[in-house]
Design a protein around this ligand. Structure first.
Ligand SMILES: Cc1cc2nc3c(=O)[nH]c(=O)nc-3n(C[C@H](O)[C@H](O)[C@H](O)COP(=O)(O)OP(=O)(O)OC[C@H]3O[C@@H](n4cnc5c(N)ncnc54)[C@H](O)[C@@H]3O)c2cc1C
Length: 384
């Protein structure tokens, strides 16, 4: 690829952000730019659907795709692992050699780090990647009732709603199987309330949904380790029959020790333009940390990765075409929150609002659930 005469844009990571940015760049620039995407995995899985897979409502084949559609759009998809970025030389290092760029977009997401919580890999389940969600689905199918403990092991984690959706979907699944009376679901989290970044009303709304199902909610608690039959939380032993533990997350290893990384190893960006400190290098999605006016961070969610990718594609296209001005990401986002029983709620807001995000929470309904399915289908058909 080095030596291409056309301007070359390289996107790192073929998840939500990488797919949107590379598709949009090809649409905007056609044959006037070379767009390449580097992704280590041969297949992409639409993460929101993992929760439905967990309760037997989706099959692997319907929520996961290879990168053929992206290739048909003219994006060069390179299957390789990114090992570093040399921003001075405008080169990406991969396990298959170096690749040069004129513009770089980092969309490597957040990595799961189950090894950072003792006992997690041995004794607990989670629905945060395809293989783990399949194992949890099988464990739930075998489960004959008892105590299910859902614990968030560390902050930040992807999709602030997902652990709560997990608890409600598991509760509904057990009730449908006639195990409701013999089971009890409990949620433990270091957060003061669900979705704390969104403010009190959305948080109390979710807590009320948990209470309506008699799901126990234990905020401001810290998981210390997972043992064979109990979680150790704040020094106390909390017994379980099935443990679902959201693993710790870490920034992309390839970049966490570079000058692009800020506190905690997450990539530092301008929240409007998504430019990093390095020339012609942008970063977006879960790999970044974007501080908000209330001192918290923009949640790690696909809706934001998508919105940021639209802005980055527009700005790179303008620069290649010699256009003026820059588009800015405005911090708006919408997220469905599955509550089980064929219903979803909806959170929608302006996360860049001052002095704190302004987020409206809409009560669970069948209409929002239909909206969540329509959104899934839009993603699986439009982008993959
Ligand atoms: C169970 C679950 C439910 C969710 N539900 C929702 C929801 O309802 N709504 C919502 O908005 N968000 C949801 N999310 C969050 C959403 O999936 C992520 O926020 C989103 O995918 C982030 O996009 P991204 O492009 O930043 O990263 P990702 O989509 O994670 O993509 C990163 C890509 O980079 C690749 N990669 C990483 N490191 C390397 C490397 N070294 N070399 C090569 N490739 C690499 C990875 O394989 C991956 O394909 C959910 C997440 C989970 C786990």
């Amino acid at each position: 690829m080095v030596g291409h005469k056309l301007p070359t844009v390289v996107a790192l990571g073929g998840g939500i952000g990488g797919q949107v940015v590379s598709t949009r760049l090809k649409q905007k620039l056609g044959g006037t730019a070379h767009v390449a995407l580097i992704e280590r995995s041969p297949r992409f899985t639409f993460a929101p659907s993992l929760l439905w897979l967990m309760v037997g409502q989706r099959k692997v084949g319907t929520i996961s795709r290879d990168y053929a559609a992206l290739r048909r759009r003219g994006v060069e998809v390179i299957q390789a692992g990114v090992t570093g970025v040399d921003a001075e030389q405008s080169k990406v290092r991969t396990d298959r050699g170096e690749i040069g760029y004129d513009y770089l977009v980092i969309a490597l997401g957040a990595e799961l780090a189950p090894e950072r919580m003792a006992g997690l890999a041995e004794y607990a389940h989670h629905p945060y990647d395809l293989g783990s969600a399949e194992r949890l689905r099988d464990a739930l199918a075998r489960f004959s009732g008892g105590r299910v403990v859902v614990a968030i092991s560390a902050l930040p984690y992807k999709c602030p709603a997902a652990p709560y959706e997990t608890a409600m979907l598991v509760d509904g699944f057990l009730r449908r199987r006639g195990l409701g009376g013999a089971s009890q679901v409990e949620v433990y989290t270091p957060e003061p309330l669900p979705l704390p970044v969104a403010g009190a009303y959305p948080g109390y709304s979710v807590a009320a949904e948990l209470a309506a199902r008699s799901i126990g909610f234990h905020p401001r608690t810290q998981l210390e380790r997972v043992e064979e039959k109990a979680l150790v939380i704040d020094g106390e032993s909390v017994p379980y029959d099935l443990a679902i533990v959201i693993p710790p997350h870490r920034p992309p290893e390839a970049l966490s020790s570079t000058t692009l990384a800020g506190p905690g190893g997450w990539i530092r960006v301008d929240r409007g333009t998504l430019r990093t400190g390095a020339e012609n290098v942008y970063a977006l999605g879960d790999a970044t940390a974007i501080p908000l006016e209330n001192g918290m961070m923009l949640p790690k969610a696909g809706v934001f990765a998508h919105g940021e990718a639209e802005v980055v594609a527009e700005n790179i296209a303008r620069r290649i075409r010699g256009g003026v001005g820059e588009a800015e990401f405005d911090g708006h986002g919408t997220c469905f929150l599955e509550t089980g029983g064929g219903k979803s709620g909806l959170a929608r807001g302006d996360f860049f609002a001052s002095p704190a995000p302004r987020v409206a929470m809409y009560r669970p309904s069948r209409a929002w659930h239909a909206g969540k399915i329509a959104f899934e289908q839009y993603w699986l058909r439009r982008w993959l």
